[in-house]
Design a protein around this ligand. Structure first.
Ligand code: BGC
Length: 399
């Protein structure tokens, strides 16, 4: 089902409205959205639907929407059907104050500006058909060679020139015992960006009542195709302070990582992290050893316990806000990227300048370039099979 657009046009930046709404303001735009919330009693199940509001027009004139998911604890997530992009996520700090922990923009034009497209950070977007890089934009499947659109030097990154981050998804708000949700569907046509097969992709974002954002991915195809879906949210657990993320303490339960060449393509080697700046098996701040990693962290960690259906992928703690984030997934890898290519040219929500290390990504995934690495876990989806993957980003506080 679909729901009608809210008729209220926002005269102030959307992030301010969301912030006010979360703080229980009497602002009139707030009242129109508040109609769909329940009380802040976490024992109650959310039964109301997410609301939607206009998020502007894409450069080709398509109107896109912003959906607001709320939970019974007062947290909220906003997602646009442009690129299935998570644009904000308001969660409490150690004093119970709500704050946005996601980098992004107030309207769709921020995600389509010339500067944004030039730097290509993929803020909060859904990534596909194949997340991360494919060497030389080429692979062979069942004896046939495929050539993809190259968009990252000699390689294909995050699906090609027009990946799933740059398309308009069909959106269907919903609700369940878990919380409010948004189902997004996209048909990626046979040959799109060079990939074989009509791939029907469904992604469901659910904001659970215990402050977790759950992302469920499913897909089916009519020809064998590689697939690697993820979300590219940039987190900063103290985003409002305009500081970088070097003070965040990160744990990644991975004894190995995939070594890459100069173009960030895995060489095939799974190298032990022990004794290196890649060892996050115990907590380390991002800044502690980043200078020892040329360019900063932008690597895929090989998660321990990956055979377990859902396993730990990362834990993050930010000491000023006290916020914590725990990532669990059924994927075998995680790309930990520390916003190394952000350079201050992008201005985001509430005028925040996004400089180097303004946010970090934890992209749950299969390993980069798996279609050309037979020893890596399989990424090929065949007709008759259903691709399923789930990742959960759960927020809390440490006092
Ligand atoms: C990649 C980075 C890239 C970033 C934004 C990450 O997933 O690993 O190399 O710069 O996405 O495009």
């Amino acid at each position: 089902m679909t729901i009608p657009l809210r008729s209220v046009r926002l005269a102030v930046p959307l992030s301010s409205v969301l912030l006010l709404a979360a703080c229980g303001s009497n602002n009139s735009a707030d009242q129109s959205t508040a109609a769909s919330t329940t009380t802040a009693d976490s024992t109650k199940t959310t039964t109301t639907m997410p609301v939607s509001a206009p998020f502007g027009k894409t450069t080709d004139g398509t109107e896109v929407q912003l959906f607001t998911l709320r939970n019974s604890s007062g947290a909220q997530a906003t997602i646009t059907n442009y690129g299935g992009t998570l644009t904000s996520l308001m969660v409490p700090d150690k004093d119970g104050k709500m704050g946005d922990v996601i980098l992004g923009f107030d309207n769709v034009s921020g995600y389509q500006s010339a500067e944004y497209l030039k730097s290509g950070p993929y803020f909060g977007a859904l990534i596909g058909r194949y997340g991360n890089r494919i060497k030389g934009g080429k692979f062979t499947l069942d004896g046939k060679s495929y050539t993809l659109a190259k968009n990252n030097g000699p390689n294909t990154l995050h699906g090609g020139k027009v990946g799933y981050d740059k398309v308009v998804w069909q959106a269907e708000p919903g609700t369940s015992a878990d919380g409010q949700s948004l189902k997004l569907t996209y048909l990626s046509k046979d040959g799109e960006e060079g990939y074989p097969g009509n791939l029907t992709v469904t992604v469901v974002y659910t904001l659970t009542n215990d402050n977790a954002l759950k992302i469920d991915y499913t897909a089916t195809t009519d020809k064998a195709t590689p697939i690697n879906l993820t979300n590219h949210a940039y987190f900063n657990l103290n985003h409002g302070a305009g500081k970088d993320i070097l003070n965040h303490e990160v744990t990644i339960p991975a004894d190995r990582y995939t070594v890459v060449d100069a173009t960030l393509i895995p060489t095939g080697e799974l190298r032990p992290v022990k004794g290196t700046p890649f060892d996050f098996t115990t907590p380390h701040t991002i800044g502690e050893r980043i200078a020892q990693v040329p360019g900063g962290y932008d690597h895929n960690w090989v998660l321990n316990n990956a055979s377990a259906k859902m396993h730990a992928a990362a834990t993050v703690y930010e000491p000023v806000s006290g916020r914590t984030m725990e990532v669990t997934t059924d994927e075998p890898g995680i790309q930990f990227y520390t916003g190394n290519f952000l350079d201050g040219t992008l201005k985001g929500k509430a005028g925040t300048t996004y400089g180097k290390h303004a946010g970090f990504c934890l992209e749950t995934q299969h390993f980069p370039d798996s279609p050309n690495q037979p020893k890596f876990p399989n990424t090929v989806l065949k007709p008759g099979e259903t691709f399923r993957s789930t990742s959960v980003y759960k927020f809390g506080v440490r006092k």
